[in-house]
Design a protein around this ligand. Structure first.
Ligand code: PXL
Length: 275
């Protein structure tokens, strides 16, 4: 695969190693031209910092898109993450539907919840809006919490393979039949990722590092998208992203002051070695 142009739409958390400050360097390191559309600008992410600032950029999006259209700009891949408002979801759907080249790859990370709970700025109205993005996605990349909110399935901490299969069958009914479900562990010291392709499940299990880290969903989604656009299969990209995310967590584990994100930068050379 040659040089690809990717658009990624998510927030700028100025401090906190998530969203665009993770996606831009990872996708660039993978060798892709990376264009950005910031959904909002925050002083920090919202998980563990208090008093963060939040500037919603929803109203800038239509004129940015109109300018790109006037310039004849389109994208080989579009990858969306944390968005700024419910209204913005409609604008982002339009971008997914109209700004890709023929055959563009569209990856949607719902990025609105974890550990059974919605992130602070989101509510059930936002979840309803996010459901409308699913038919515009080629690949949906939720964690279990997001999958449950979207599919209307009860969230469980402990579950079996039947629960995961039923969750994915329900979720696919929203209009996206390829799903990469992260954070699926059937035994306490393991976690993994389930790849669902038109009803068929494959599982990549890897070690779970006890301490939960912030920003790992964005590291995962960025590495996944980067690998996929390099020509890897969905399962290969899911596995590479998982192995890279584990390395990033291992890099960070011994440093309790670094609680807000993972040191993904020093593992980039390993990611490139896997591509
Ligand atoms: O990593 C997901 C994410 C992205 N952006 C912001 C967040 C979070 C998770 O909490 O707060 C602003």
């Amino acid at each position: 695969m040659d040089y690809k142009r990717i658009l990624t739409i998510q927030d700028i958390s100025c401090v906190g190693q998530c969203s665009l400050t993770v996606a831009l360097p990872i996708l660039s390191a993978c060798g892709h031209e990376t264009c950005i559309l910031p959904s909002a600008v925050l002083s920090t992410h919202t998980a563990g910092f208090s008093g963060f600032t939040f500037r919603d950029l929803t109203d800038d999006i239509p004129s940015i898109q109109a300018h790109w259209q006037k310039e004849g700009i389109s994208f080989d891949g579009i990858y969306t993450g944390y968005l700024g408002s419910t209204k913005q979801v409609g604008y982002v759907k339009n971008i997914l539907d109209t700004m890709g080249v023929d055959g563009a790859v569209k990856v949607v990370d719902p990025a609105f919840a974890d550990n059974g709970k919605l992130y602070p700025i989101f509510d059930t109205v936002y979840v309803e809006a996010m459901k409308t993005l699913c038919p515009s996605a080629d690949i949906l990349l939720p964690n279990i919490t997001e999958a449950c909110f979207l599919a209307g399935v009860e969230y469980k901490e402990v579950y079996d393979e039947n629960y995961i299969k039923e969750l994915l069958d329900s979720l696919s009914k929203l209009g996206c039949s390829t799903i990469v479900l992260t954070g699926v562990g059937y035994q306490s010291e393991k976690t993994g990722v389930v790849v669902y392709e038109s009803g068929k499940l494959s599982y990549y299990e890897h070690k779970r590092i006890a301490k939960g880290c912030h920003g790992t969903g964005d590291v995962y989604a960025s590495a996944f998208t980067g690998a996929l656009l390099k020509g890897k299969t969905i399962f290969e990209a899911a596995k590479i992203a998982a192995d890279y995310t584990v390395l990033c967590i291992e890099n960070t584990q011994g440093d309790p002051k670094h609680w807000y994100g993972v040191k993904f930068e020093t593992a980039l050379s390993e990611l490139l070695g896997m591509l």
